[in-house]
Design a binder for this molecule. Structure first.
Ligand code: SF4
Length: 481
């Protein structure tokens, strides 16, 4: 019995797939790189854009089409669909004859076992062997599964999942449910194990990572937080908190401080943050830290207040800019000699976005001077509030707007990169391609290093920056004179 996982979308999905792999292997199901050799294919899906969704439909359709040409039922693969599309009724209707099991990621273990039990404990020639006493025991939280890490020097560690924010364009609160934080002790234990095994970089993950500590309210109203006019934040009484030990609430800055205290030389980074949860305590924790990367990803989404309200983002452009100013002044105060980077996400062509409103995004971009922007052309997602809005900005116009903003980005990115010229910096090497190594600085800038030295992947090295390009830096290994 062999499995193959197709992962779509963000780092959280990559991390979830690491846990799925570990669970399947604990059931004695072996991995295969070749989908044609797999008996079990798991589609870990993404619903952020239509394009990602269409790729899933296309690949599942191809698998079933090839099987029908062979016309051998023994060779029929078991297909499981999980991730963001798993509980969408329209997706289930569309794929009901092609997919064997739809299950939410948090229920993967339970659903998989129940499905196998319901299907006589076997797929092809393989049988699930569950000790009798385990059949009725509840499956533990999927986040507590020990993952099968894809990378030995850089690991994703999810600290929370789900989201309570209901941005009007986003499927995450529907697909993943409300926020759930992992106990800090469990996170620390996972990180200590990783470091013991040589890991050099810990990337903390969460859909809304900096609201770590919030637990889902027991029964949120289905309309809670949706749309521009709704209540912008949950009533305090609805929040529960993760406690480190009795009396100690562990919020995100506290979690970072606990991780920082773990001995050893390693880096800490995190994604994705919501500006509304970017507290002064968090800014100070980052700016004072030696281990937390000097990189802030702060999704803007739009620069116009009316569009931000329609997106239900809970801040104005002015508040966002004030926050960036606070971050910059904290770096100037605590790390005056360190270079840092600020990146963001921007959606172009949100329903009703006029040219004038779009130019507000350009205006914020110029004021912040981003290092990188992940642009998204608005794509209506079924089930979201924005899906019901009129998608009235044409595709061509969305493309033009993205192009326009990208030109601004090229200027600010190059300007920021030029500040690195001549600097001697520590870089973590990620990979080698041909004669070049590729790594990142502590501000998470991509660096290409030309070196004939062997075995540098996964190591920290000192480099001297020799060239600044728009999207990366170039360097040579630094040898102390
Ligand atoms: S904060 Fe908004 S964009 Fe981010 S996951 Fe939550 S709903 Fe989606």
């Amino acid at each position: 019995m062999k499995y193959h996982i197709k992962t779509f979308g963000c780092q959280m999905n990559i991390s979830d797939s690491e846990r799925i792999a570990s669970f399947l292997e604990s059931q004695k199901i072996k991995p295969t790189e070749e989908i044609t050799k797999a008996d079990l294919v798991i589609f870990n899906t993404c619903g952020i854009r239509q394009m990602a969704e269409d790729r899933v439909y296309g690949q599942i359709h191809n698998i079933r089409k090839q099987e029908s040409m062979i016309n051998d039922q023994q060779k029929k693969k078991t297909i499981i669909l999980t991730g963001c599309l798993a509980n969408r009724k329209d997706v289930q209707r569309r794929l009901k004859n092609k997919v064997d099991l739809f299950c939410e990621i948090k229920d993967f273990q339970k659903e998989f076992r129940n499905w196998i039990i319901g299907n006589y404990l076997e797929i092809g020639n393989w049988k699930l062997e569950i000790p009798a006493q385990q059949k009725n025991t509840p499956c533990s939280d999927y986040l507590s599964i020990n993952p099968k890490y894809n990378n030995s020097h850089s690991a994703f560690v999810p600290v929370m999942t789900g989201c309570n924010n209901f941005c009007s364009y986003c499927v995450v609160p529907y697909a993943r449910g409300r926020e759930v934080s992992r106990p800090s002790k469990e996170i620390i234990m996972e990180i200590k194990n990783l470091l013991k095994n040589g890991c050099k970089e810990i990337i903390l993950l969460g859909q809304n990572v900096n609201s770590y500590q919030h637990m889902p309210s027991p029964q949120p109203s289905p309309d809670y937080g949706r749309g521009g006019n709704s209540n912008p934040s949950p009533p305090l009484g609805e929040m529960s908190r993760t406690r480190d030990r009795e009396g100690d609430v562990v919020n995100f800055p506290k979690l970072l401080q606990l991780i920082e205290k773990i001995p050893g030389h390693f880096w800490i980074s995190f994604m994705s943050s919501h500006p509304k949860d970017f507290s002064s305590e968090l800014i100070e924790t980052i700016a004072k830290s030696k281990k937390i990367c000097e990189h802030i990803h702060l999704p803007l989404q739009a620069g116009d207040d009316k569009i931000l309200l329609a997106m239900n983002r809970k801040y104005t452009a002015k508040k966002y800019l004030n926050l960036v100013a606070k971050i910059k002044s904290a770096f100037a105060k605590y790390k005056p000699n360190k270079l840092y980077s600020i990146t963001t996400d921007i959606i172009v062509g949100f329903p009703g976005e006029t040219k004038k409103q779009f130019l507000e995004s350009a205006c914020v971009m110029k004021k912040v001077g981003y290092d990188l922007v992940y642009f998204g052309q608005f794509s209506p997602r079924p089930g979201t509030v924005a899906f019901k809005m009129k998608d009235n900005v044409s595709k061509i116009e969305k493309k033009k707007r993205e192009f326009f903003l990208n030109e601004i980005l090229k200027e600010t990115a190059l300007g920021n990169n030029q500040k690195y010229l001549g600097k001697i910096l520590e870089v973590l090497i990620d990979k080698k391609e041909g004669a070049n190594y590729f790594g990142r600085t502590h501000s998470l800038k991509n660096v290409k290093i030309i070196s004939t030295q062997k075995n540098l992947v996964g190591k920290f090295v000192k480099v001297k920056i020799t060239k600044a390009n728009i999207w990366n830096l170039e360097a040579s290994l630094y040898i102390k004179p």
